[in-house]
Design a protein around this ligand. Structure first.
Ligand code: FES
Length: 163
């Protein structure tokens, strides 16, 4: 089945295309727009982006696989990225990650059985002065304690809406 943007995102697509000097330059925001609707860059999304921007599917796939913000496989309703780079590592990122794995019953890179949470690590998320930190969907959670992690994960596993 081919991919179609919903009407609200279709309007945003028009705004994006007006903002860029050519279609190729709009590849990342257009792919982000589609991923926001589907949760991941499926083969149908890849074909749609390529067709919409007059690009090859190989080009679109190259962009999707280069940037970690794009999901090239299905993910959970919520995505948790624990920063593992130096400042966060020195402030306990390993402990936060291990705690997340234990609480969620999954390993890093996996999705919970109920499809609610995908757990990953990230390289520096540019919040180095407030580690350990993690990004949950589009929100930063900084200066984390394990108690705060519990509150966040409890909310995610109970909730079905984006953070
Ligand atoms: S090292 Fe974690 S945000 Fe920079």
């Amino acid at each position: 089945m081919s991919f179609v943007l919903n009407p609200e995102r279709d309007e945003k697509l028009r705004e994006i295309l007006e903002r860029y000097p050519n279609k190729m330059a709009a590849c990342i925001p257009v792919m982000q727009l589609a991923q926001d609707q589907t949760g991941w860059v499926s083969p149908e999304v890849t074909d749609w982006v390529a067709e919409t921007l007059d690009l090859s599917t190989a080009h679109v796939l190259g962009v999707a696989t280069f940037y970690s913000l794009f999901n090239t496989e299905p993910v959970g309703q919520h995505q948790v990225w624990v920063c593992r780079t130096l400042s966060c590592a020195l402030n306990g990122a390993d402990t936060v990650l291990a705690h997340c794995e234990k609480r969620l019953g999954i390993r890093c890179g996996q999705t919970t059985k109920d499809g609610k949470v995908t757990l990953r690590t990230a390289e520096c998320l540019a919040s180095c002065g407030s580690g350990p930190m993690m990004q949950v969907d589009r929100a930063y959670h900084e200066n984390l304690t394990l108690e705060q992690v519990d509150v966040i994960l409890d909310r995610l596993t109970a909730d079905s809406t984006p953070d």
